[in-house]
Design a protein around this ligand. Sequence first.
Ligand SMILES: NC(=O)c1ccc[n+]([C@@H]2O[C@H](COP(=O)([O-])OP(=O)(O)OC[C@H]3O[C@@H](n4cnc5c(N)ncnc54)[C@H](OP(=O)(O)O)[C@@H]3O)[C@@H](O)[C@H]2O)c1
Length: 258
Amino acid sequence: MQKFKTLITGASQGIGAALAYEMSKRGSELFLVARSREKLERVADECKKLGSPVVKVSSYDLSDAKSWDAVASEAEAFDINVLINNAGYGLWGQFAEQGLDELYQNMRLNMDAVVTLTHRLIPQLKRAQPSYVLNVSSTTAYQALPTFAVYAASKSFVLSWSRAIHHELKRQGVSVTALVPGATDTGFIDRAGLQHAAEAAKKVSMSAESVARIGIDGMLRGRVEVVPGFINKLSAHAIPLLPKQLIEKAAASLYNKK
Ligand SMILES: NC(=O)c1ccc[n+]([C@@H]2O[C@H](COP(=O)([O-])OP(=O)(O)OC[C@H]3O[C@@H](n4cnc5c(N)ncnc54)[C@H](OP(=O)(O)O)[C@@H]3O)[C@@H](O)[C@H]2O)c1
């Protein structure tokens, strides 16, 4: 059986912590990164109980470009063969009213950190093949989303880029998968400032545990794109068939304050 050594970003809570638990059940050694060391240590304790033999945690702000090389160097020293780019968040609001610094910080975390860590770690992943990359996108990737404009665009970027490099790297022993969750019960809604949509989201939310299990299964099977859950799959297939104007109007009314 293959032994895994996995770097997971944004592993202090939510989908990232659930991905860490899922990899622990498969006996993976773990290198967990997020800003909150205390929360990471709590997740690490749980991972050890679930079967992970080694759990290393490091606190980094991945929206700070200076952190990327340091994280990649630690991941090389840890000899990873699985890279999970999960850290990310959304910012709800009218684009013109959002602060540029806040948007740049969001774009650096959701896109630049993901591209840089992957680029920097490809030589390591080739050395450690067979190896895996799991990039967490979102079903917001499938349509433009008024009031969530930059977030949805950042997740479209992650999905498109991920699919492209899947084909480039698959013959080199590195399998790249995009995980495309829909609404998932985590701290995401609060961080995004989307509390007004919390009730509606709850009705269709999946648990972080189910998303993580389906994501890791898909990653290990070498899938290019994994959409967890029936409703999410259905909308992923239906959205490209419908008029964009209609979809964007419907999405806008879902996300807007009543
Ligand atoms: N929940 C959903 O409905 C949903 C749906 C589709 C896709 N997603 C995607 O799933 C991923 C995980 O989100 P989640 O739902 O699990 O949200 P969450 O509960 O808010 O978790 C976000 C994780 O990212 C970390 N993080 C945030 N800013 C960071 C930074 N600057 N540097 C390093 N780590 C940072 C957080 O840790 P610290 O705060 O300790 O840094 C936390 O561990 C994101 O990419 C999100 O876009 C979520």
